[in-house]
Design a protein around this ligand. Structure first.
Ligand code: A3P
Length: 302
């Protein structure tokens, strides 16, 4: 067994992916009890691929006419308080909070496509999938894990962590299989799955915010566009804006036994390419080779 380093032990191999047992229990409970609504919007990501940002963007887009933007809930709440993680709510027995959310609900999941219950895959609800350069995901995940565990000395060396990541022995399994699962399905059903990339959104946020609004069924009107509403939504959800809000500077979001996840842990650099300061050339090349090998049949490019 390849060791996995980090919180939420123990890990088990489930349907070919390394998963925290706790998450598998949540996924199984979802399979039995979760009922999707046709209007549901799911944000799915491999952890550290831009979940927090897209939670904010989708939630803000959908609720933009319900509040003056300077009094929007995102000014006083962490995006994770606005959009729950399905499998965690089911794993911790809090699934009733999902049922009372009014439609259209925005829900988040990190589970691979092959684990999604039929109520999601076979219904009219829509999925926004976001992926990110695996090298930046690795670095982001390392820092996040270090924070949760209370120090690098409590995990492993960065090299060991890297090795686990390359082997897919990490929470939610291999990032490459995760991405490919949603990519293949998005090619088959583009009306159901919008497939986005963190780096592309970073480069052209306004264009992607419009695409997102269109996909989730609330496109910007001409009047909104001319009033600059898209730009205001992008600004409301920007890294600098969110990171500097009081709510995101501290406070506990998820209690996890002795380990606590703070609101602040979700905001680090918010950039593309930070891997360059962390990976040796050899480490980067190994990830690039895996990416090329895994994606070669799919048409997907970094
Ligand atoms: P870094 O650690 O590279 O800075 P997730 O939300 O999936 O957990 O991913 C966290 C990553 O997204 C972190 O990356 C974090 O800094 C970045 N992030 C959080 N909010 C963001 C935003 N509004 N815009 C861009 N990146 C953001």
């Amino acid at each position: 067994i390849t060791p996995h380093f980090g919180p939420m032990q123990p890990f088990i191999l489930y349907k070919g992916a390394w998963m925290a047992k706790f998450i598998v229990q949540g996924a199984l409970a979802m399979e039995q009890r979760f009922k999707s609504r046709p209007t549901d919007l799911f944000l799915v990501t491999f952890p550290k691929s831009g979940t927090t940002w897209l939670k904010a963007l989708i939630f803000a887009t959908l609720t933009r006419t319900s509040y003056p933007l300077d009094q929007h809930p995102l000014c006083t709440h962490n995006p994770h308080q606005c959009v729950p993680v399905l499998e965690s709510e089911f794993a911790t027995g809090r699934s009733q909070i999902i049922e009372v959310i009014p439609s259209p609900r925005v829900l988040n999941s990190h589970i691979p496509y092959s684990f999604l219950p039929q109520t999601i895959t076979d219904s009219d609800c829509r999925i926004v999938y976001v992926w990110r350069n695996p090298k930046d995901v690795l670095v982001s995940l390392w820092y996040f894990t270090v924070k949760i565990m209370g120090g690098a000395d409590k995990i492993a060396t960065f090299e060991q962590f890297y090795d686990s990541f390359c082997q897919g022995a990490i929470g939610f399994g291999s990032i490459w299989s995760h991405v490919l699962g949603y990519w293949e399905e998005s090619k088959r059903r583009p009306e159901k799955i919008l497939f986005l990339k963190y780096e592309n959104i970073l480069q052209e946020p306004v264009k992607h915010a419009k695409q997102l609004a269109h996909f989730i069924g609330c496109p910007y009107s001409e009047a909104e566009e001319s009033q600059g509403v898209v730009e205001q939504i992008v600004e409301l959800c920007s890294f600098q804006k969110l990171k500097n809000l009081d709510v995101n500077k501290g406070g506990i979001l998820f209690p996890m036994g002795d380990l606590n996840i703070s609101h602040s842990y979700f905001f680090r650099k918010g950039e593309a390419g930070d891997w360059k300061s962390h990976l040796t050339q050899e480490m980067a090349e190994r990830i690039d080779t895996i990416t090329e090998e895994k994606f070669k049949e799919s048409g997907l490019k970094l």
